[in-house]
Design a protein around this ligand. Structure first.
Ligand code: ZN
Length: 419
């Protein structure tokens, strides 16, 4: 995913968790384990740049509300009764779903981060978890006090798998002090700022009413937008917003399924691309998607770009896969270690099996990945050289046990709300 032309047929050697050689492997390199990749496409592991892993419970539940605001009210009722151990069970299942679909890194925004971090460490997944802020400055300080030192410790102990960002939820749930204080904490701790922005028409209207400007212009006025900030959704830029996005160097995270499903609209991604804004791809949470499947996300991103611009090449398949890999790594500040297959980078590699009826003949690998392949064609998933999934088997997840645990737990959670 360095350049469109950089396709090769050959081998990849992995040593100490990193890519050691590509194409021709040195004759003296002795592999302990050899995976036959013939008939398979090797890609950098996919990066899901915006999700809420623990919302796995809310898949296909309560999703017939007429707009984002009433849907959020319905979801919050159930989130209010979640207990710590519930978060871990849901996070583990979300990680299983992501690994199964070729995702090797994600960025999360939720509460009780300790539970998600435990799930990450057990499953060997990579993620940036959000120190999520909600409400006014006092509440935000309380949340930072509760989680910051833990997150710094766990990042130091597991530097390759766990990092964290500061994540104020949205401008309609967080005060301006929460944003400016959150940005200060992020800068002081070598973190990024991750937030939802300009998601619904309602949010834009409310911001104009309350702040006298668009959501993007409002956050810019608080001086929290720079190249260490990434914004989920960004469906409704107005006026000078495009210029702000370009000048500040923020990354935009495209969530096409969630934007479609909640009726929020279609983000003008090719405009962002033309303005040199870095755009990555995310599924958003399971309740507004309702999968964590990056292959579906890539296909939908391509389709709605073509349909909305009436230009089938406004975003090419290569552009789309970049959004799901290299651009995601850039948004998360991980581009020196992942997002492309390059010597010296972490061996986060997936193999997609193309020896299938629906992919034969395989004329163009980029087009095949975006338009034809599905997550079920992922055959092997490697994270930092560790094979976490291969030929229908997870290495670190007892998937049958986890499936029954999440079903039982969800029944208990529903009981808590109704009694
Ligand atoms: Zn979200």
């Amino acid at each position: 995913m360095t350049r469109k032309e950089d396709l090769f047929r050959g081998s990849i050697a992995v040593e100490d968790g990193k890519i050691f050689a590509m194409g021709e492997i040195p004759e003296d390199f002795q592999g302990e384990l050899i995976i036959d990749g013939s008939g398979k496409i090797a890609l950098p592991g996919l990066i899901n740049s915006h999700t809420h892993a623990a919302m796995q419970y809310f898949k296909n539940f309560n999703d017939t509300h007429s707009d984002l605001e009433t849907w959020l009210q319905a979801v919050w009722k159930y989130e209010a009764v979640l207990k710590k151990e519930d978060i871990k069970i849901a996070s583990t299942m979300a990680i299983a779903e992501m690994i199964r679909g070729g995702t090797t890194c994600f960025t999360d925004m939720y509460f009780d981060v300790e539970q998600t971090v435990e799930a990450l460490i057990e499953t060997r997944m990579k993620a940036t978890v959000g120190l999520t802020l909600f409400g006014d400055l006092e509440e935000s300080k309380r949340r930072i006090e509760k989680s910051l030192s833990y997150l710094k410790e766990v990042r130091a102990d597991h530097p390759h798998h766990v990092s964290f960002d500061v994540a104020p939820h949205a401008i309609y749930t967080c005060t301006r002090d929460t944003y400016t204080y959150g940005k200060k904490i992020a800068d002081e701790n070598g973190c990024r700022l991750h937030t939802h922005l300009s998601e619904s028409p309602f949010e834009v209207e409310q911001s104009k009413r309350n702040n006298g400007r668009s959501p993007i212009s409002y956050l810019n006025s608080l001086q929290v937008l720079d190249s260490n900030t990434y914004l989920a959704h960004v469906v409704h830029p107005i006026d000078e917003d495009l210029d702000i996005l370009r000048r500040t160097g923020v990354s935009v995270i495209h969530n096409p399924s969630s934007n479609c499903k909640l009726g929020n609209g279609i983000a003008p991604i090719s405009l962002y691309k033309d303005s040199q804004v870095n755009v990555a791809l995310g599924t958003d949470g399971s309740s507004s998607n309702n999968t964590l499947d990056m292959f579906k996300e890539m296909r939908l991103a391509a389709m709605i770009s073509a349909a909305s611009t009436r230009n089938p090449v406004a975003l090419t398949p290569f552009d789309i896969i970049r959004m799901a890999t290299a651009n995601g790594a850039k948004a998360l500040g991980k581009d020196s270690s992942c997002g492309t297959l390059e010597i010296g980078k972490d061996a986060d590699i997936i193999l997609v099996d193309t020896d299938k009826p629906h992919i034969s003949p395989m004329n163009d690998p980029y087009s095949a990945i975006v338009y034809t392949c599905s997550s079920f064609d992922v055959d092997t998933v490697m994270i930092r050289g560790d094979i976490v999934y291969h030929e229908n088997r997870f290495s670190y997840i007892d998937i049958e046990r986890e499936e029954s645990r999440i079903r039982e737990k969800w029944e208990a959670i529903k009981q808590r709300v109704t009694t």
